[in-house]
Design a protein around this ligand. Structure first.
Ligand code: TYM
Length: 400
C-alpha cells in the first residue's frame, strides 16, 4: 500500500496556483497512478510478488493551518466546505480518495504537540515561509496599532502558531505514514523539515530494548514509528526554468508581477485567477495583467520576460492535450493583444466544467457532509494507530 496525503488551506478562494501546482496532480495521480504526464509510473509492480501497489489517497482541508493568520469566524466553515467541494469539482472522486477536514481528526493537533517538543527552534527559524509571513503580519499589526506599541520588528502581531505551522504540517503527513506528498514548489522546504523530524524522532525514540519492551507491553509493533515522506513536485510539463520542476506550474506567478508567486494573501485580486472566477472576470484579469514591452513574439524561458513565461505556462497547463511544440508554433510571432484573448478563453474553457460541478456539489450539502464524515472516519482509524505508536515510543502511559 502506498499512501498519498496533501492539503490546501481554506483561506479565501483557491486559485490557479493551488489548482495547477497541487490539486491537478492529485487528480492525475488518483486516475492514472502518475503525478503528471511523463512522470514515472508510481504503480510499479512489486518484482518479487507480482503485486501491484495499492494507492490510498488522503486529501485534507487544513483548517487548523488557516488560523495561523487571523480568520473571520463567520467565514471559516463556509471556506472549509467550499474547499472540500472544489476538490470534488476538480476531479477528486470520494470513492477512490478520502477527503476530510483536518480539525475533524483531533490526532493532528495532538501529534503536532508531541513533535513541537522534539523539533529544535532553529530548524523552524530557517523556514522561508515563516520569515515572509511573519514580516507581513508584523507590518499589518504595526499599522493597526494607534499608539505604535506594536513595532514591525518585534513580532507582537504574530501568533506562535505561525512559527510552528510546519510542525503541524509534518504531523498531517506523518500520521498517515504518507510516502508521497504532491505539493507546489513553495512547500519543498516544509517537506525537508518533515523528513528531518522523522529521522530525529525515529533515532531518538525508536531504538533499543526498552523501546521493544514498551511496544510489547502496549501491543504495538516495535519498528520506527514514522515513514519519511517524499515531496512530489510537478515537473515543468512544457517549459519551466529547469528539468527539476522548478518553475512551470510548480510555481505559478502573479498576474501583476511575474517574479512573485500567485498567492491568496496578495491584496490585489487582479494578481490571481480564482478557480471560481466567472468568465468575464477571468477575461478582465487577463486583459489587465502585466506584460512587457516586446511587441511581437511570446517566448518561454527568456529571463528578461518572466510574465511571458508564466502566461505561457498557464496557457499550456490548461490545454494538457497539446504539446509544447504545437503551442510554440502557435504563439511565436503573436502580439500580446492577440495572445491574451486566446489565453483567457483557454482558462475559461478549462475551468468551466469545474465550476459547473462545484455548483452541483454545493447544492447538496448532505452529500458533501457525508463525504467528509466518511473521510474523517477512515483518517481517524489510521491516525490513532500512529499517534498511539508515537506515544508509546515517547514513554507515555497509554490507556488500555
Ligand atoms: P496552501 O494552501 O498555501 O497551498 C496549497 C497548495 O498549493 C500550492 N501552491 C502553488 N503551487 C504553484 N504555484 C503557486 N503560486 C502556488 N501557491 C500555492 C502549494 O504548494 C500547496 O501544495 N502548507 C500547505 C498546506 C498543508 C499541507 C499539509 C500540504 C498543510 N498540511 C500536508 C501537504 C501535506 C500550504 O501552504 O498550502
Amino acid at each position: 500500500t502506498r499512501r498519498i496525503l496533501s492539503g490546501v488551506q481554506p483561506t479565501g478562494s483557491l486559485h490557479l496556483g493551488n489548482y495547477l501546482g497541487a490539486i491537478k496532480q492529485w487528480v492525475e495521480f488518483q486516475n492514472t497512478g502518475k503525478f503528471f504526464p511523463g512522470a514515472r509510473d508510481e504503480n510499479e509492480v512489486d518484482g518479487d510478488n507480482n503485486n501491484t501497489i495499492i494507492n490510498e489517497n488522503f486529501f485534507c482541508v487544513v483548517d487548523l493551518h488557516a488560523i495561523t493568520v487571523p480568520q473571520d469566524p463567520s467565514q471559516l466553515e463556509e471556506s472549509t466546505l467550499a474547499s472540500a467541494a472544489l476538490y470534488i469539482a476538480s476531479g477528486i472522486d470520494p470513492t477512490k480518495s478520502k477527503i476530510f477536514v483536518q480539525s475533524h481528526v483531533s490526532a493532528h493537533a495532538e501529534l503536532a504537540w508531541l513533535l513541537n517538543c522534539v523539533t529544535p527552534m532553529n530548524w523552524l527559524e530557517r523556514m522561508i515561509q515563516y520569515k515572509d509571513k511573519a514580516k507581513k503580519a508584523a507590518k499589518v499589526a504595526a499599522e493597526a496599532s494607534d499608539d505604535g506599541s506594536a513595532s514591525s520588528s518585534n513580532n507582537s502581531g504574530v501568533g506562535v502558531g505561525l512559527f510552528t505551522y510546519p510542525v503541524l504540517m509534518a504531523a498531517d503527513i506523518l500520521l498517515y505514514q504518507a510516502d508521497r506528498v504532491p505539493v507546489g514548489e513553495d512547500q519543498r522546504q516544509h517537506l525537508e523539515l518533515a523528513r528531518d523530524i522523522v529521522r530525529r524522532f525515529n533515532s531518538e525514540y525508536c531504538r533499543g530494548n526498552q523501546y521493544k519492551n514498551r511496544c510489547k507491553k502496549a501491543g504495538v509493533p516495535s519498528r520506527p514509528v514514522f515513514t519519511e515522506p517524499e515531496a512530489m513536485i510537478v515537473s515543468a510539463p512544457s517549459g519551466g526554468e529547469d528539468e527539476d520542476g522548478i518553475g512551470g506550474v510548480a510555481r505559478v506567478m502573479s498576474l501583476t508581477e511575474g517574479t512573485s508567486k500567485m498567492s491568496k494573501s496578495d491584496p490585489s485580486d487582479y494578481s490571481r485567477i480564482n478557480i471560481l472566477d466567472p468568465p468575464d472576470v477571468i477575461r478582465d484579469k487577463i486583459k489587465k495583467c502585466k506584460t512587457d514591452s516586446y511587441t511581437t513574439g511570446i517566448e518561454w524561458n527568456n529571463p528578461d520576460r518572466p510574465e511571458a513565461t508564466n502566461l505561457l505556462n498557464i496557457y499550456a497547463a490548461v490545454q494538457p492535450h497539446r504539446t509544447k511544440e504545437d503551442i510554440l508554433t502557435e504563439v511565436t510571432g503573436m502580439k500580446w493583444g492577440t495572445f491574451k484573448p486566446l489565453l483567457a478563453e483557454a482558462i475559461v474553457n478549462h475551468l468551466e466544467p469545474i465550476q459547473t460541478k462545484y455548483a452541483a456539489v454545493r447544492a447538496d450539502e448532505t452529500y458533501l457532509r457525508s463525504v467528509l464524515k466518511e473521510g474523517a472516519d477512515a483518517a481517524e482509524a489510521i491516525a490513532q494507530t500512529t499517534l498511539k505508536a508515537a506515544k508509546v515510543a515517547m514513554g507515555f502511559s497509554v490507556p488500555k
